[in-house]
Ligand binder design. Structure first.
Ligand SMILES: [Zn+2]
Length: 134
C-alpha cells in the first residue's frame, strides 16, 4: 500500500499521526491545519526490505512548502533520517502505536450480554475497524 492509499484508507490514523507531531511541520516547525499537513514517506523502497519495520522511522509530517522543497531539491535521505532521529521520544512512541496497531480478529463472546460483547469488541480492536470504515 502506498502512502496516498494509506491516507485514503486510514483517514483516522493519518489525522492521529499529524496530531502526534503536534499539528506542526517536522522540518520548519510551523503549525498548520491538519488537512494541509502531508505525511512524507522517506524512502518507499526501505520499508519492503525490513521484516519488522518501525514505520515511524519512514515518515515525516511536513507542511506543503517543505514537502515541495523535499521533492524539488531533493533533500538527502540522511538529512531526512536525522529529522526522524531528533523526533521527541513521546512522539515516536505515539506514532509507533498509531502505525503498528492491527485489529485482532473479532470473536464474539459466548454470552448475549451487550456489555460483554462491547467489552470484547473494544478489547479486540474491532472498534478501530468501525472508526476507519473497515
Ligand atoms: Zn515546513
Amino acid at each position: 500500500m502506498n502512502l496516498q492509499e494509506f491516507e485514503r484508507v486510514n483517514a483516522v490514523k493519518s489525522r492521529l499521526l499529524k496530531l502526534a507531531a503536534g499539528g506542526r511541520c517536522e522540518h520548519c516547525g510551523e503549525a498548520y491545519p491538519l488537512l494541509l499537513l502531508v505525511i512524507h514517506e522517506i524512502d518507499p523502497r526501505s520499508r519492503a526490505e525490513t521484516a519488522c519495520p518501525d514505520l515511524q522511522k519512514e515518515v515525516l509530517i511536513l507542511c506543503p512548502d517543505c514537502h515541495f522543497f523535499f521533492h524539488a531539491r531533493p533533500v538527502e535521505e540522511s538529512i531526512q533520517r536525522e529529522l526522524v532521529r531528533y523526533r521527541p521520544k513521546e512522539v515516536k512512541a505515539a506514532m509507533r502505536r498509531i502505525l503498528c496497531t492491527r485489529p485482532r480478529t473479532y470473536v464474539p463472546p459466548e454470552t448475549g450480554d451487550p456489555a460483554a460483547i462491547f467489552a470484547e469488541m473494544f478489547a479486540s480492536g474491532a472498534l478501530d475497524l468501525c472508526l476507519n470504515g473497515g
